[in-house]
Design a protein around this ligand. Structure first.
Ligand code: ZN
Length: 135
């Protein structure tokens, strides 16, 4: 795995959270995006080499809605950049990590993503993400 690509933060209200993070970081959100497969609206901030992703649920069955219900607002996941997500997924699976999907999914910010179950990672939801290269 490469660098931490972004840290995902679950929020109740994206608009409110965006303006708080704009004040906190001193930069503007560079992109908002709806990700249908996860039932979320996202907003991204570029902080140096890394990003912050704010996530708001778009419906009650969204994983973010369930997270907010259980844990409240806060850090939801840590995403690592990978060169080959399929290879990383099979490497992790072979070591007994539980992946939340069998195949990489289309994530936000032009990435293929896969999540690793937090029960095998000391309570941290880990996201693998691979940049989709336009060729
Ligand atoms: Zn993410």
């Amino acid at each position: 795995m490469n660098k931490i690509e972004h840290i995902g933060i679950a929020v109740k209200n994206l608009q409110e959270a965006c303006s708080i993070y704009e004040s906190l970081l001193g930069i503007s959100c560079y992109k908002t995006e709806h990700v249908d497969s996860e039932g979320v609206n996202t907003a991204f901030f570029q902080t140096g080499a890394n990003k912050i992703e704010l996530l708001e649920a778009t419906h009650n069955d969204s994983p973010i809605a369930k997270f907010l219900e259980k844990r409240g607002e806060g850090i939801h996941h840590i995403a690592f950049d990978v060169d080959d997500i399929v290879q990383e997924m099979s490497r992790l699976k072979a070591q007994g990590f539980v992946l939340l999907s069998e195949e990489p999914k289309m994530g936000a910010d032009h990435k293929l993503v896969c999540f690793v179950h937090p029960k095998g990672t000391k309570g941290v939801l880990v996201e693998l993400c691979q940049e989709i290269k336009n060729s």
